[in-house]
Design a protein. Structure first.
Length: 178
């Protein structure tokens, strides 16, 4: 359940008790269960946890989580991945304890950002990541992606070694899924 959904449930519960915290404390389990049944279902195969901005290896990075086909992955979109060749990006990912994302993982990540933007649940860090895709090209193991408006554009080749100004999305198995 995402933070927005939880906030909506709490707001509805407070509204029902006229914003009285003492009355909320007496809120019955049945009322709580009824409020929770009104929440939308999570996507079946792909979901993403809220991202946050952190300094990673001295660079600004958007760090988050995504679930692809039941496997939870940590994601890293770091400014440190830009201005490197493909081979340097692969080495850099390994240095940080990650690997370069596959096309499937990459598409799931970008589509989750677009879905959050569409339903107005995107946070500042995720907006930052999406803006990166709108301004630059981000690699994966099979090529890379960028975003034009709301359309994901997929490149199918590296075009040789590629342009070193391209970044890369890194992933690793989440400690929470082990």
């Amino acid at each position: 359940m995402n933070n927005t959904a939880v906030a909506n449930v709490i707001a509805n519960m407070l509204k029902e008790v006229d914003n009285d915290p003492a009355a909320l404390a007496q809120y019955s389990r049945g009322n709580l269960e009824a409020a929770l049944t009104d929440l939308p279902a999570a996507p079946a195969t792909t979901s993403a946890a809220g991202g946050r901005i952190e300094a990673v290896d001295g660079h600004q990075a958007v760090v988050g989580k995504i679930t692809v086909n039941g496997q939870q992955l940590d994601t890293l979109l770091s400014e440190g991945s830009f201005n490197k060749s493909r081979s340097e990006q692969i080495e850099y990912a390994e240095k940080l304890g990650y690997r370069m994302a596959t096309r499937e993982e990459h598409l799931a990540y970008v589509k989750s950002l677009l879905a959050k933007e569409d339903n107005n649940t995107i946070n500042y860090a995720e907006k930052n990541a999406l803006q990166t895709y709108r301004e630059r090209y981000v690699r994966n193991t099979d090529g890379g992606l960028d975003v034009d408006g709301r359309r994901v554009r997929v490149a199918f080749s590296w075009r040789g070694n590629g342009d070193p100004s391209f970044g890369a999305l890194f992933v690793r198995a989440s400690a929470e899924s082990k």
